[in-house]
Design a protein around this ligand. Structure first.
Ligand SMILES: [Zn+2]
Length: 297
């Protein structure tokens, strides 16, 4: 009996000691453990940006292909963008975010149209007004100059005129960028604005600079705006080109790699913006579910 009482007291004593020790340890850990580091969830300013690449919108199915889709398909894409809470942004929004105090919407997306076809004005322009979406239009300067003279408005092959461009800019929904003045051939000796075989670096720098500056001048004199982005024709890029184009003052370049961009407050991230080509072969639902999976490495 006495032994039992002795044992119980002893056990109780030990339990008290263990309890006190654990409490002290806990207090020690709380006081002296290092502060938890801020994770990305607290301080990450990275924004994911899908960029879509369109060319022509043509109703005749014979002309539809990897680059040309029916205007109705473009309208379905715009509906998807609206219904899924995306907001369309343009290059100036990126520049404001990266260089200034500008902010980006929660779910930004960018719509780009290359080459400046008349059907962009005819079909895409009324649709972007209907849905309140902004686009980035990058015409080929020489084609716009030519069609401004001949005034041939055909939905299947014509290009926009400077008058169309001014009307689109005035809507506040269309931003014009540089896609070369006349370096848009996919035939050798020069593919797009790449360096020709045998061309010296000095010659290439001069030819590329002259062409791109010609487009800058034409856009400035016809619209009052100066493009801040350069869009590589066919996504064809010579090793030497990015530096030359940066030296000319462009803050942003676009290529044709299909990935989602990660935009940070770092000017570097605006060079080589990736874009997803929009082919006619898949539905709006499939196109978006496919591209939204493609994170940038
Ligand atoms: Zn092009």
């Amino acid at each position: 009996m006495y032994f039992n009482v002795y044992l119980k007291t002893k056990i109780l004593k030990y339990l008290c000691v263990i309890g006190a020790s654990l409490t002290s340890l806990l207090i020690f850990l709380l006081i002296f453990s290092p502060e938890p580091e801020l994770t990305d969830a607290y301080c990450d300013d990275t924004v994911e940006l899908p960029v879509l690449m369109y060319h022509g919108l043509i109703k005749n199915s014979k002309h539809q292909n990897r680059f040309v889709i029916h205007p109705d398909m473009f309208e379905n894409d715009l509906k998807y963008i609206k219904d899924n809470g995306y907001s369309c942004i343009v290059v100036q929004d990126l520049i404001d975010y990266v260089y200034n105090e500008g902010s980006l919407p929660e779910k930004p997306i960018m719509i780009t149209f290359d080459d400046g076809y008349y059907n962009n004005y005819l079909y895409a322009f009324p649709l972007i007004k209907k849905y309140g979406c902004k686009i980035v239009l990058s015409p080929i300067g020489k084609c716009t100059d030519d069609y401004s003279k001949i005034k041939d408005e055909h939905a299947d092959y014509s290009h926009v005129t400077w008058e169309h461009i001014r009307e689109m800019i005035d809507s506040g929904l269309v931003e014009i960028q540089n896609h070369t003045y006349n370096m848009h051939s996919n035939k050798r000796p020069r593919i797009g604005c790449t360096k020709k075989r045998g061309e010296s670096l000095e010659e290439y720098r001069k030819n590329l600079t002259n062409d791109i500056m010609e487009m800058q001048k034409r856009v400035k004199s016809e619209t009052g705006n100066t493009p801040s982005a350069f869009v590589f024709p066919f996504g064809a890029i010579s090793r030497e080109a990015p530096e030359i184009i940066r030296d000319m003052g462009f803050k942003c370049t676009f290529c044709c790699e299909g990935r989602i961009n990660r935009i940070k407050k770092d000017p570097e991230c605006l060079y080589s913006i990736c874009r997803f080509i929009r082919p006619n072969s898949i539905s709006t639902q499939r196109y978006f579910s496919k591209i939204l999976k493609c994170k940038r490495k």
